[in-house]
Write a protein that binds this ligand. Structure first.
Ligand code: HEM
Length: 486
């Protein structure tokens, strides 16, 4: 619905409105009348304008775009949108911070969400990743606790660095992501100047039924650029919407940002023998072992016409997969496959997929009916159950999810591998002297505000375990003796 030019103002039921300036009152100075239906409708609708903000990644910006295949990878996947070199697929992207509320500053130190939707001819494929290749935790049971530490303290209603570092220091699997977050990459210069990653391992299957493990890398064609901590702090005050503005006006001015998608492909049987757990989202695969293979280019070329309709109501979900792409045995991913549609039923409503931004480009054919805000024809007079004798839609066995051999005993199993230190240590050792210094400064900036000494010591021990120099520098800056962290 878009207003016709110079049309008559109407109520939601189409009746013309006679006065939009003065409420109807009993006499010039009298009380407002309940029979002023235009006023009541207008105010009641306004009272309900907000939907709950996303429980995480509330602040974000997005744009429409296109994905173009540049390399034939049909030997790895039968995904339709990757089926031909030159094939183009409409896309939607949304970038975000994680911890802040809807009105929070864009330039805070935080991972950036990197949500992508491919409107493929076989359904929507969503890749809901971050600008970092790893994550803080590797079991979904820990996610609500982790996010509580990122949000406000229930008593003070303040953000708490004590809670943040307490959780991290007690969850050593977070060290790799914490090191990335505290490095220069922790504050991108803009959404256009950062890479994006699927982070999890996914599974691709080709037309012959052969499967591979896959990791996605979107490399920015604008080049990586970051903000210094000082510049970011200044911008947070001067222009909290700095990244949102940058994305909108770059696209408005025809400077369309683009990213090159490459993948790492691992043969199925390698997973069991790789030196890290291939499905642990706190670890990366070495690019020496599994080099990047180019797939195509994503270009963002159109701003949404309406922010709420397209970006706020967008319901990205790792559960949205298409034939040729499946999940891996990553428990974090399984937790997410439940959480996103669940929160979206609550945040937007059970029929959220009927909203234009969430509808696939191909028709939806199923037997789901009714529910609040059912806004299409609800299946009309079509057959409403399956199996049936009336030619209703039928399953297509060729599109079954890929199978996976599983054995073992059901239980609350921990990961067998507990190497939390090799990869963050390697990352530290790769940094230049200046980069190391800024990393330590950023860590100390945060840790020094923690209100409990034992948390500072415990966390510094983690840095020391990854690399002695790393731990010693943090300790020195915090006035902790080396003996306390050995
Ligand atoms: C948003 C849960 C891990 C990236 C969300 C939302 C929930 C959620 C409930 C809000 C969705 C909405 O309201 O539409 C979880 C859980 C996780 C997890 C339970 C772990 C068990 C991750 C990881 C990544 C990630 C590992 C990245 C690799 C994102 C992004 C968004 C998001 C980018 C914003 C989506 C958008 O742009 O609308 N998450 N998350 N999350 N999450 Fe996660």
């Amino acid at each position: 619905m878009t207003n016709q030019h110079n049309a008559k103002l109407t109520t939601n039921t189409g009746a013309p409105v006679g006065d939009n300036q003065n409420t109807m009152t009993a006499g010039v100075n009298g009380p407002v009348l309940l029979q002023d239906v235009h006023f009541i409708e207008k105010m009641a609708h306004f009272d309900r304008e907000r939907v709950p903000e996303r429980v995480v990644h509330a602040k974000g910006a997005g744009a429409h775009g296109v994905f173009k295949v540049t390399n034939d990878l049909t030997k790895y996947t039968r995904a339709d949108f990757l089926s031909e070199v030159g094939k183009e697929t409409e896309m939607l992207a949304r970038f975000s911070t994680v911890a802040g509320e809807l009105g929070s500053a864009d330039t805070l130190r935080d991972p950036r969400g990197f949500s992508l939707r491919f409107y493929s001819e076989e359904g929507n494929y969503d890749l809901v990743g971050n600008n970092t290749p790893v994550f803080f935790i590797r079991d979904p049971l820990k996610f609500p606790d982790f996010i509580h530490t990122q949000k406000r303290n229930p008593q003070t209603h303040l953000k708490s660095t004590t809670a943040v570092w307490d959780f991290w220091s007690l969850s050593p699997e977070s060290l790799h992501q914490v090191t990335i977050l505290m490095s220069d990459r922790g504050i991108p210069a803009s959404f256009r100047h950062m890479h994006g990653y699927g982070s999890h391992t996914y599974r691709w299957t080709n037309a012959e039924g052969e499967s591979f493990w896959v990791k996605y890398h979107f490399r920015t064609d604008q080049g990586v650029q970051n903000l210094t901590a000082e510049a970011a702090e200044r911008l947070a005050g001067q222009n909290p919407d700095y990244h949102t503005e940058d994305l909108f006006y770059a696209i408005e001015d025809g400077e369309f940002p683009s990213w090159t998608l490459s993948v790492q492909i691992m043969p199925l049987e390698d997973a069991a023998k790789y030196r890290f757990n291939s499905f642990d989202v706190t670890q990366v695969w070495s690019q020496k072992d599994y080099p990047l293979i180019e797939v195509g280019t994503m270009t963002l070329n159109r701003n949404p016409e309406n922010y709420f309709a397209t970006i706020e109501q967008a319901a990205f979900s790792p559960a949205n997969i298409v034939p040729g792409i499946d999940f891996s045995p990553d428990k974090m991913l399984h937790g997410r496959v439940f959480a996103y549609p669940d929160t979206q039923r609550h945040r937007i409503g059970p029929n959220y997929n009927l909203l234009k931004v969430n509808q696939p480009k191909n028709p939806i054919n199923n037997y789901q009916r009714d529910g609040s805000m059912r806004s299409d024809n609800n299946g009309g007079s079509d057959v409403y159950y399956e199996p049936n004798s009336f030619g209703g839609p039928k399953e297509s066995p060729v599109d079954k999810y890929a199978t996976l051999k599983i054995e073992g005993i059901a239980g609350n199993h921990s990961y067998q591998e507990d190497d939390f230190y090799t990869q963050p240590g390697d990352l530290y050792r790769l940094l230049s002297e200046d980069e190391k210094q800024r990393l330590v400064d950023n860590i100390v900036g945060g840790l020094s505000t923690v209100r409990l000494e034992e948390i500072k010591i415990r966390q510094t021990k983690q840095f020391y375990k990854a690399d002695k120099d790393y731990g010693e520098r943090v300790a020195k800056a915090l006035n902790i003796s080396i003996d306390q962290i050995k």
